[in-house]
Design a protein around this ligand. Structure first.
Ligand code: NAD
Ligand code: UDP
Length: 352
């Protein structure tokens, strides 16, 4: 059992991982500024965690760029913080072209602030949310961790920069235990439908958009290009159920805490690719709803294929995905039906 700081804990992946970590018996501080989430996700996490869930998760509102807030968390406890699971960040590829300064500030400068405070308080264990985006146009499909890091959008560049910073830190002094987890495409929700992905405004990602079309909030899906060099012309991605991803974090953390200090960089993906049209079809099958769509031009910064080689994670962490595409569609749909407007405190919009 460890005492953990979870930055961005109220977000999509953070909330599901908080639940998995609580189930493993850890005590958590969840820090979030709610710029893309709601405190209600963590209230639901503590309910799902069971009888003592509420006692074992402390929620702190704050920004990772505010060192005073971080100092209070690290310095204000009877027991030291053993490790950080660092989700807080901005994550939309398209938006990162429009607001590169914000992306570098939150993702890189924010991580720098966090690492400086961790170092001050002698906490040297961190699990970092990296992304398959660091591979850019991958040299080889499926893509292993030895492939070149060559991001093709500002968001991916910020993730690559933090990975580099963490590698320098690991080289600089002994004692750092670092895991860089390169997620492929996280989707789905807790099967209860109590927590899930609740983007503020128009969803950037495919699954929440398709879910909102299915539930009738949006008229139709725009498919960004059907002229890609893929079997049906639409881009292929490696979708991973968020519960599998949460379990991947538990496995990475366990390895860091039990083994000598080291830097682990691993993909978290299934090794299986699906096109956008295949996702639409599976979603229709899982929900019984028709998903109207139209083909529009390609989106800037997209690639034709992104599929993980999951071998390293399996060998190194003993972790592999268990859930199917049907599970991903069904669980997304349960969440969307029970929570058509997310956690209910999101800003609304009238687009599409
Ligand atoms: P999310 O937006 O749901 O969660 C991020 C959380 O961080 C939110 O709760 C947000 O309010 C919080 N946050 C943002 N800036 C903050 C700041 N300055 N201080 C404190 N809190 C802040 O996104 P997610 O999908 O859960 O992603 C979590 C992490 O995983 C991110 O770092 C993201 O880049 C990375 N990632 C996500 C995906 C994906 O497709 N979802 C893929 C690869 C990597
Ligand atoms: N996509 C789409 N319409 C949308 C959102 C996404 O056609 O409204 C496509 C996008 O071009 C990509 C795939 O769906 O090929 C997955 O996109 P997402 O944004 O979910 O994840 P990404 O792979 O970009 O991280």
């Amino acid at each position: 059992m460890a005492q953990l700081l979870i930055t961005g804990g109220a977000g999509f992946i953070g909330s599901h991982t908080c639940l998995a970590l609580l189930k493993e018996g850890h005590n958590l501080f969840a820090l979030d500024n709610y710029c893309n989430s709601s405190p209600r996700s963590l209230e639901r996490v503590s309910v799902l965690a069971g009888i003592d869930g509420r006692d074992r998760i402390k929620v702190v509102k704050g920004d990772i760029r505010n060192k005073d807030v971080l100092r209070k968390v690290f310095g204000g406890q009877d027991q030291p913080i053993d490790a950080v699971v660092h989700f807080a960040g901005l994550k939309a590829v398209g938006e990162s072209f429009l607001y590169p300064l914000s992306y570098w500030d939150v993702n890189v400068n924010g991580t720098l602030c966090l690492l400086e405070v961790m170092k001050t308080y002698g906490c040297r264990t961190i699990v970092f949310s990296s992304s398959a985006t660091v591979y850019g146009f991958p040299q080889k499909i499926p893509t292993s961790e030895t492939s070149n890091v060559q991001p093709i959008n500002p968001y991916g560049s910020t993730k690559a920069a933090v990975e580099q910073l963490l590698a320098h830190l690991a080289d600089s002094e002994p004692g750092w235990r670092i895991a860089c987890l390169r997620y492929f495409n996280p989707v789905g929700a807790h099967p209860s439908g109590s927590i899930g992905e609740a983007p503020i405004g128009i969803p950037n990602n495919l699954f929440p958009f398709v879910s909102q079309v299915a539930v009738g909030i949006r008229k139709e899906l725009e498919i960004f290009g059907a002229d890609w060099p893929t079997p049906d012309g639409t881009p292929v991605r490696d979708y991973i159920h968020v519960m599998d991803l949460a379990e991947g974090h538990c496995a990475a953390l366990q390895a860091l805490l039990r083994e000598p200090p080291q830097l682990i960089t691993t993909n978290l993906g299934s090794g299986q690719g699906y096109s956008v049209l295949q996702i639409v079809k599976s979603f229709e099958e899982a929900t019984g709803r028709h998903i109207p769509y139209k083909i529009t031009p390609r989106r800037q910064g997209d690639a034709a294929f992104s599929i993980a080689d999951p071998t390293f994670a399996k060998n190194r962490l003993g972790w592999a995905t268990k859930r199917t595409l049907l599970d991903m569609c069904r669980d997304s749909w349960v969440w969307q039906q029970l929570n058509p407007f997310g956690y209910g405190d999101q800003k609304d919009d009238d687009s599409n």
